[in-house]
Structure formats: C-alpha cells, structure tokens
Design a protein around this ligand. Structure first.
Ligand code: BG6
Length: 792
C-alpha cells in the first residue's frame, strides 16, 4: 500500500541563484526518489543513508516522500535484500533513540523495491506514482532518479525515464543523478553527453563528483570570499610559490579491477576530484556564490587557460601486487601485463596572468604510506632567520584545505599564523586550537589557525541535500565535464603504452615515488628504475613468447633478444627466491664480456623485488687488469648492476686478480684465496646459479680451446690464457661450474649463429669446444639462445 507521511514544507535552500527560487517553489509537494541500482554497493554504503538523512532534515519541516529501489531482479528476490539495507540506516547523534526508531519506521514504510528493467516497468512506476498521489490528494513536486548503475547503462535508463517516467504534472521537476565515470576520454564523454542529451535537459542532469560534497572542498570559494581582504594582495604569481593537490590512499584496488584497470588513477581521481579542486582554487571569484552559471563560466575560464600537458609533465607508478590482482580478477594468464597506473603526479601550469608560472602539482595514488587528502597553497617566504630558526617567520607560509584523514583526522582549513587570522565562516565552522604537536603538511598544528566544521557531514548526504534543493553548483555540468576531458585526454593519449614505475606499497615505497619539479617538467627524484614488462609481470619464461626446446644436453629457451633477457632475469629471480626461502642465501656467479651486460641492466630493474640483500655475487671469470680498468669484468658488473642494487658489500666477491701492483702472479696465491673464499661461503662449493656465455671459438668462462684449464676438474679456480688481449685470465673451472645447481648459457646475436649450428652438431669435446664440457653433475643446464643466434 502506498503510504506517505505528509510533512510541513520548508525548503532548505538558502541560495538565491538564478532560477533557484523557481526550483524552491517547485519542490513543495510530493517527491518520489528512485535509486536505480538500489541494492548495489554504493546504495548500500552511502545512498540510503544519505536519503534517510535528507528525510530526517525534513521531518516536521515539510514535503512528502516515497522512496523506490529499482533493480533488475524480481521483487520477491530483491525485496528482503533491500529491506536489510534500508534497516541499517542510522540517525545522527542528536536524535534520541526512541525518536530515531519512529523515524526509521516511517522511512521504511515509505520505501519499496520495484523491478525496473523494461520500458513498461518505468511506465508502470509512473502510473503508480500518479495514481497514488491522486489517491492521497498530493501535488507532485518532482521525481529524483539516482542512477547507481554502470555508466554503459546510463543512456538506456535515461531514455526509459524520458519516454516512460517523466512527471506529467506541470511544474513538477525531474532530476537524474549520475555517478562517474562520465566517459573515458573526450570522445567517449562527448558520445555519452550526446546520448544523455537526447533524453534529458541539462538542468535535469546532476553529475556527482563526491569531492564537491566534502565540507572543506565546498568551503574553498566561501573561504576565498570571506578572507578577500587578506587574500587579494597575495593570491597571485608574485606571492604563490606553488599549489599542491594531493590525494594519498593506503588501500589497493582489489575487488574493483574490472573498472580500475580500464581507468587508472588519472581518470579515477585526478581528472575529476583533484581537477575540480584546482578550478575552485584558481577561478575568478564570482560576484554571487550561489550563481551556478557564473561559477561555471569562471571554471571554464580556468580550463581554457591551462597550458597543454606534455608527456614530461607526468610520472606514473603501479604498486607491485597490482599485476597479480589483475590476473586474478580478470582471469588472465601470467603473461598478461597491465600498464594501468595506480599512482601519478602531474605538473600543470596556466597562462592566466594572475598565476602564470605558478606550478600546480596534482598527485594521487593507491597503496601509499598514508591516507590523506589536501590542497596546499604555498606562499613565497623570503625571510631568513639567522638565529632562531624556529621562529614562525622563517617557516613556510601556507594555506591548507585539509579534506580529512591523515594526522589531523578531521576536515579543516588551516592558515599558518605568519599569514593572517582567517574569519570564522558562516557560523557552521569553528576555530579549534590543536595543542598536540602533530604535524600537518610539514608544520606542527600549533603553527596554524585551524577552522573546522561544527558538525561533520558525509559528502553524499551533503550532495543529496543539494540535489533536493536544486543547488547545481556542486555538480558537474556537461561543459565543465568536456572541458576537463579536453584538458586531460591529450596527456592520457601520450602516456598510453608507457611503463609505470613499480612500487612495493606502503612505507616500503621510501623515496621511490618522490618527485621533483624541473622547470616545466616533473621527474622522479631517484633515477635508478626504469620499468619494463618483465618487472611488472615478474613473469617467467612462458610470458614472453618464448620457445622451449632442446639443445645439446640441455633445455633451450629461445626468443627475441630483449624478451630472452627478460626471461632469463625472471628465471634468475625465481631461483634466488627459492634459494633464499630454503637456505636464506643465494650464490650467483656471473660471467664477464659483452653478452651479459644486457642481462645486468635487466637485473638492475629488479632492484627492489629481487632478494639482493641475501645474494652473494661471484665472478665466473676475470681479466688480469686492475678492477678499475674498463676491461675488467668486475668493473662492468659494478657499472651495470651492482651500483643499482642493494647487495651488502661483504656479499660481493671480486676475483683478486691484482695484489699490490702485480696482476695474476701465481706466487700471490689469488687462485687459492678465491677458492677458499668459495669453500668458506658456498655450501659444497655448489653455486645456486652460474651464468655463462660462449665465445665464437666455443670458449666459456675464461676456458679457451686447447688450454690446460679445460682439463682441471678438481680445483675450483684457475689462471688461464686467452688468445686475445688481455691474455691473462682467472676463471672458474669446469669442475666448479658443473657442481652448480643451475647453469645458464646465454647466446645472443647473428654472429653466433654459425657457432650455434656447429655446437648443435658436435660431440662433447671440451678441449676443442670448452662449452661442451659444461655438464652439471646434478644441476640443470639451460641454453638461452636468441632467434638471431638460433636462426641466423
Ligand atoms: C573515488 C575513487 O571516486 O574516490 C576511489 O573511485 C577513491 O578510487 C575514492 O578511493 C576516494 O574518496 P575519498 O572520499 O575516500 O577520499
């Protein structure tokens, strides 16, 4: 049965903007609220509570309501679910318990579930609303549809509302609320806007950006107006050092990947939430704060004066576990690589004379060290205090619009005391004195004047009340939306295909995501990491279109050089992780020469995922030159790998080819010393992983054809002679190599094709082809041969 509770009408709207008086008049009477997707997640978490709040605010003030949850499921299935959700709504603290129970009861009686699937369902709902209003003798004020459904369904639902469920009563309004995403880029936003435009008038659409409902965000303009006398002289390029708009989150995006992976952090929060904040900070103040049209025009002006963003004005990151989450939630195989950024920092500038040259940093990310959001306007401070560095005059001058969370935990506007004492706004805000020595954006709280709302209000509840009062300032108009996409789309296009920097997540990110502003460009402060697909995927051989087969006595992996090296690096990491898990340590012996350099560079990219702290690095061979000589194998290893990763110094074992001024002199016993070092550290002198190359003459390590060294199966280390300079070498023996648990031979390049062909046919002849003596007694041997070497 249709039940409505008639309440005295008194509209909340206190804003006298253009057209809003009309809206106020129209709002008296009966209002039908329909949440399409009314049993979904958003409805469950925020919307029903927001509408209950709206209802509470109007108790004993006016208006009659009915609430409908619309969904695809039939009523017998969905109704119990719906009532479980609605029962969970709660009153604010100031409502006594008994009163709250009565209000909840009334609210529940006003609410019902309806299947809203077909055009007929919408028509039936419309008839139902009209019939019941007639029966109750009510005048229809309007219908509010909240579309809590995926964006692809918007056009269809809007059309069904338009054709089947518009209020017939003259003067009754229709408001349709939409949640982001509003498109993916400029083009798709235009298409969606055009489709919606076929069914809805601009004034009927309420696009939600919940940041505009945050109390601090909605106070940016009033704050600027109320403190005009202080701000007018300093709110400009002469005084503002820079503006930062920051949204750090600690959560990951598990459970939201199907959405998130298509959008990423720029589309998810920067294009909308942070950009809206930017416009509020930088727009010309309107003459009338309630004039939606003037505010819109001023916002559009900000967009048109923003300078286009180039690729070098953004950096991106992705938290390490993201790949696995994507593979799992999207049912992808291990070789699926997503480049979606979960962190981004963007540096914007405007050509508006007032702010020309002022850097505007927009930064947001998931899995960061702290949850906090704020906009900071940092002013220039040219005071230098010689003696008392703690004097407030020497400190940064800044205004912080603190959205919430973080150290302060509550929303606030903070002004450093070396700027001015702000006026307390609107009577709904109060000044607080925070004595505790907590840091707020770099300064102790006691350095600020702090203003906070007297009563904290959830953004959705705030926005729902704005929808009800037809207060359009806090919603995104079509022009605003397209202007924003127009600004962001070229950057998104230029970043497509770029690799984000991988970060571990949480406090472990350390300085990895720190950025620095270099003129008009932005970069990470630490340059060490370049991200590649292997790093992102942590992938194994199967991931890179590699081919597996047999070569001589071992397994063969083949691919194009780059993929092959990625694959080998991933395999080394896998071996390292297994060894560390088992014994806490990983012993890796690396060859010299040119071929492994690509691998060293690749391994350097594994700079935080690889267990470097538990890894010992050994040399397979060395040239008898000083270690600082560019011919030295160690020199190249240091240059291309060791300087980029955190291997403890004591775990690095160069071959001691130089003793005093002498190079590889037998009397110096360097061979014995290295041998002892191996015996002392490496269990059974069995390295976990030995990386070899092979020369055109079939030599491997520094074991050359015809040399005595190839005979030596007993010792672990020998001095040897190379036919090419520098002739003197030190090398692991075949005996040492063959004790290893895993041996990899890396062969790259067309010039090795002939050799590979020969090797594929020749028998084991270590004297002629030393590499054929590589036959690990218990371990495995894998040949990594690129297509050029394999196929010529
Ligand atoms: C949403 C984004 O719009 O805003 C989420 O889709 C993000 O990814 C959320 O977590 C943050 O909102 P708030 O209010 O928690 O700062």
């Amino acid at each position: 049965m249709f039940v409505s509770v008639v309440l005295l009408v008194l509209m909340l709207c206190a804003h006298g903007g253009r057209g809003e008086d009309d809206v106020k008049k129209q709002s008296r009477g009966h209002v039908s609220v329909v949440i399409v997707g009314g049993t979904g997640d958003l409805a469950r978490k925020y919307l029903w509570q927001g509408f209950f709040q709206l209802y509470l605010n109007h108790v004993s003030m006016g208006n009659t309501f009915s609430f409908y949850a619309g969904g695809q499921s039939p009523p017998d299935k969905a109704t119990p679910i719906f009532f479980d959700i609605v029962k969970a709504v709660s009153c604010t603290k100031d409502v006594p318990e008994q009163r709250c129970a009565v209000l909840k009861e009334q609210f529940l009686r006003l609410a019902q579930y309806r299947q809203l699937k077909t055009p007929e369902d919408y028509q039936d709902l419309s008839k139902h609303i009209e019939r019941q209003a007639q029966e109750e003798g009510l005048t229809e004020a309007g219908r509010l549809f909240y579309l809590s459904v995926p964006a692809f369904a918007y056009a269809d639902v809007a059309n069904k509302i338009h054709t089947g469920c518009r209020p017939a009563a003259g003067g009754a309004w229709l408001r349709v609320v939409l949640e982001k995403p509003f498109g993916h880029d400029l083009r798709s936003a235009q298409v969606l806007a055009a489709q919606l435009g076929n069914s809805l008038q601009e004034e009927e659409m309420y696009r939600i950006d919940h940041y505009l409902g945050k109390q601090v965000v909605s106070k940016i303009l009033p704050f600027r107006v109320e403190n005009r006398k202080f701000l007018d002289p300093i709110w400009n390029k002469q005084h503002i050092e820079r503006i930062e708009i920051v949204m750090k989150e600690t959560l990951d995006v598990k459970g939201r990947i199907p959405f998130y992976d298509q959008y990423g952090v720029i589309r998810d929060v920067i294009q909308n939430h942070l950009t809206e904040v930017l416009t509020l900070l930088m727009m010309k103040l309107p003459a009338n704060l309630s004039d939606s049209e003037e505010i819109l025009q001023n916002k559009l002006h900000v967009f048109s004066s923003l300078l286009p963003l180039g690729k070098n004005q953004a950096v991106m990151g992705q938290y390490q576990a993201y790949q696995a989450e994507v593979q799992q939630e999207l049912n992808k195989t291990k070789d699926h690589v997503s480049l979606t950024p979960t962190f981004a920092a963007v540096l914007a500038h405007t050509e508006a004379a007032q702010y020309e040259g002022v850097p505007v940093l927009l930064l947001a990310g998931k899995m960061l060290d702290q949850r906090v959001g704020y906009a900071r306007v940092l002013f220039k401070n040219d005071v230098f205090c010689v003696q008392d560095q703690h004097n407030l005059h020497c400190k940064p001058k800044q205004i912080i619009f603190y959205f919430g969370h973080g150290n302060l935990q509550y929303p606030a506007v903070l002004v450093t005391k070396n700027l001015f004492k702000p006026s307390v706004m609107e009577g709904k805000w109060k000044e607080v004195t925070e004595q505790a020595d907590i840091l707020v954006v770099g300064l102790p709280a006691s350095h600020y004047y702090i203003l906070t709302p007297k009563v904290q209000q959830e953004a959705y509840a705030e926005l729902i009340s704005h929808i009800f009062t037809g207060h359009k300032n806090t919603f995104i108009s079509t022009e605003n939306l397209l202007a924003s996409w127009g600004f962001w789309t070229p950057l998104l296009q230029s970043l497509a295909g770029s690799f984000p920097r991988i970060y571990p997540g949480g406090a472990d990110n350390g300085d990895l995501l720190d950025v620095c502003l270099k003129g008009k460009e932005i970069g990470f402060t630490s340059e060490a990491v370049i991200i590649s697909p292997d790093h992102i995927g942590g992938a194994s051989a199967a991931s890179f279109q590699t081919m597996q087969g047999k070569f001589r006595n071992g397994t063969m992996v083949s691919a194009w050089a780059e993929e092959l090296v990625e694959c080998l690096a991933a395999d080394i990491q896998e071996a390292a992780e297994a060894a560390v898990l088992q014994g806490g340590v990983f012993h890796l012996a690396l060859s010299g020469g040119a071929t492994p350099i690509a691998l060293f560079q690749r391994l350097a990219l594994h700079h935080f995922s690889f267990p470097w702290r538990n890894t010992h690095i050994w040399m397979v061979d060395e040239r008898c030159v000083p270690l600082s000589d560019s011919e030295s194998n160690f020199f190249n290893l240091q240059r291309h790998l060791l300087q980029h990763v955190h291997v403890p110094y004591l775990n690095i074992h160069p071959m001691l080819v130089q003793v005093g001024q002498r190079l590889c002199v037998e009397d110096d016993h360097a061979v014995q010393m290295y041998q002892e070092e191996i015996t002392n550290h490496v269990n059974a002198s069995s390295f976990h992983f030995v990386l070899l190359g092979v020369g055109h003459d079939g030599h491997t390590a520094s074991l050359f054809p015809g040399g005595d060294a190839t005979d030596s199966q007993e010792g672990l280390v020998v001095l040897s002679e190379s036919p090419v300079k520098p002739h003197r070498r030190m090398s692991l023996t075949l005996g040492a190599i063959n004790r290893a648990q895993k041996v990899a031979v890396l062969v790259l390049g067309k010039s090795k094709h002939e050799l590979i062909t020969q090797l594929s046919r020749s028998k084991d002849r270590p004297d002629k082809w030393p590499v054929t003596g590589v036959r690990p007694s218990e371990g495995s041997l894998v040949w990594y041969i690129d297509y050029d070497a394999l196929l010529g």
